[in-house]
Every structure is written in C-alpha cells, then in structure tokens.
Design a protein around this ligand. Structure first.
Ligand SMILES: Nc1ncnc2c1ncn2[C@@H]1O[C@H](COP(=O)(O)OP(=O)(O)O)[C@@H](O)[C@H]1O
Ligand SMILES: [Mg+2]
Length: 235
C-alpha cells in the first residue's frame, strides 16, 4: 500500500528523517510511534506530498508519488492541526470539503454519531478543541478511500468520542482498508494496532507487532517496552 525507500528530510540543519525504509502492506492498522519531534508528522506529510523529501522514493498503491497528485483521491487524511477559517460555520465547512472532493459521503451518520447536530450552525472559531476534532473526524471518515491517515486522532476527545473513533477505525479495517496512525497515547495504540513502527533519530528503530517489541525489550508491559527503547538510546 505504501513503500518508502531511503527517505531523507532536513529543515535547515535539523535532520529529521535520515534514511527511512518502510513498507506498509494493504489492510490493517499501523501505528507510527516516536518521541516528540521524531518526525512522525513529517513522515506522514511526505506520503501526502505536503513535505518534499530531500532524497528517497515513496510509492502509494504501487505508484511513485513524485510529481503526482491524483493518488491523493485515494487517501482520507486527518491532520494533526487543522486550521480552517474561524468564521466558517460547521455545515459550511462540511459542504465545502464535500464539494472539493466531489465524492459520495456519509456525513449525516457521522454527525449524529458524534452528536454534532447542534453545532452545525456554529462558527468554527467558537468551538472547543474537542468539538473541532469531532468535526475533523467527520471530514476524514465521511469519504470511503482505501488509505486512511490519522495524525494524533485522539487529541481532545472525551471518552465516548474516543470509543466511537476506535469503532470507526475497526469498521474501516473490517472493510479491508489500510489505516496509518500516529499517536502518543500508548493504551490507544496497544488496543488498536496490528503493527507498529518506532521512529528514533531519523530512522525506523523497530517495526513489528507489540508482542515482538515486548519480547525484544524483555518487558511484559507495552509502555515499559517503549521506555526501554528510549532509555537504552538515551533519547
Ligand atoms: N515546516 C517545518 N519547518 C521547520 N522545521 C520543521 C517543520 N516541520 C517540522 N519541523 C521540525 O521537524 C522535527 C520533526 O517534527 P514533526 O514531524 O512534527 O515531529 P512529530 O510529529 O514526531 O512530533 C521537529 O524538530 C520540528 O520542529
Ligand atoms: Mg506530529
């Protein structure tokens, strides 16, 4: 589904990605983990063509994405920080994104799932962080693309919405889709991921299942397994 070879990216003198090789097969839930600033968002944005790498190749659905944009129609993306104009109403934003993408949507079901009906006539600038995130989840999940990329999807969500999010992700997986997620909430990652990759110092430090990570680090607890990687590497 996604193949990344020898990806390099630096911002000025800051080397963020330093030879990332990663292959994500079709179908299932993959989590990208790593400390703050380890390049998770940069990696995701490179796959989306929003960050142009210094070196390396990326293929999505067997096609090199260089100088191409059509492949993005096959991706639904939740950005870590979505900044839409604050004077736009929720329903105007949803209509705008639908018009832009020109695809069929199931926004009504998602609006009622997240109980957003009463916010449709409110301006985005007046919403709380959690409500904004729910609107962003509607914008992401209302389409039906084979690849779903979620950058820190849990941020600001209340417990009920978090359960809805997990159910939505599982339902998409059950349809055979590929879901790529970054999150620093370990319990969330442990619960939903089929496979994880751990980014450290610009490279993939670990790729495998959570069970494999626990074996490798000799830890029975996922959070401690991650902590072991960090202390062993003085990160
Ligand atoms: N557009 C940018 N310009 C300059 N530096 C950036 C830019 N985007 C990210 N960075 C830097 O790259 C590093 C990795 O950032 P990011 O990919 O957002 O990390 P993560 O998502 O893992 O927290 C950070 O040091 C960040 O400051
Ligand atoms: Mg990030």
């Amino acid at each position: 589904m996604v193949t990344i070879e020898n990806l390099h990216k630096k911002f000025g003198k800051n080397i963020v990605l330093n030879g990332v090789d990663l292959s994500i097969k079709e179908g299932g839930i993959f989590a990208v983990l790593g400390p703050n600033g380890s390049g998770k968002t940069t990696l995701i944005k490179s796959v989306l063509g929003m960050v142009i790498p210094d070196k390396g190749t990326i293929s999505v659905l067997q096609k090199n994405i260089k100088n191409s944009s059509a492949y993005r129609h096959k991706i639904d993306y939740l950005p870590q920080i979505a900044n839409f104009p604050g004077n736009l109403k929720v329903k105007e934003l949803i209509t705008m994104i639908k018009d832009l993408r020109g695809k069929t949507t199931n926004d009504d079901a998602l609006i009622s799932l997240f109980k957003l009906d009463k916010f449709l006539d409110k301006k985005l600038g007046n919403l709380s962080g959690g409500t904004k995130q729910k609107v962003n989840l509607v914008l992401t999940f209302m389409f039906d693309s084979p690849l779903i990329i979620l950058d820190e999807p849990t941020s600001g969500l209340d417990p009920i919405s978090l359960i809805h999010l997990k159910d939505l992700i599982q339902a998409e997986k059950a349809k055979g889709k590929t879901i790529l997620i970054t999150s620093h909430i370990m319990s969330f990652v442990e619960e939903i991921s089929d496979e994880i990759v751990f980014l450290l110092e610009g490279k993939i430090y670990f790729k495998g299942t959570i069970e494999q990570l626990k074996t490798m680090t000799n830890q029975s607890d996922f959070e401690r397994a991650i902590a072991t990687i960090l202390t062993d590497n003085h990160a």
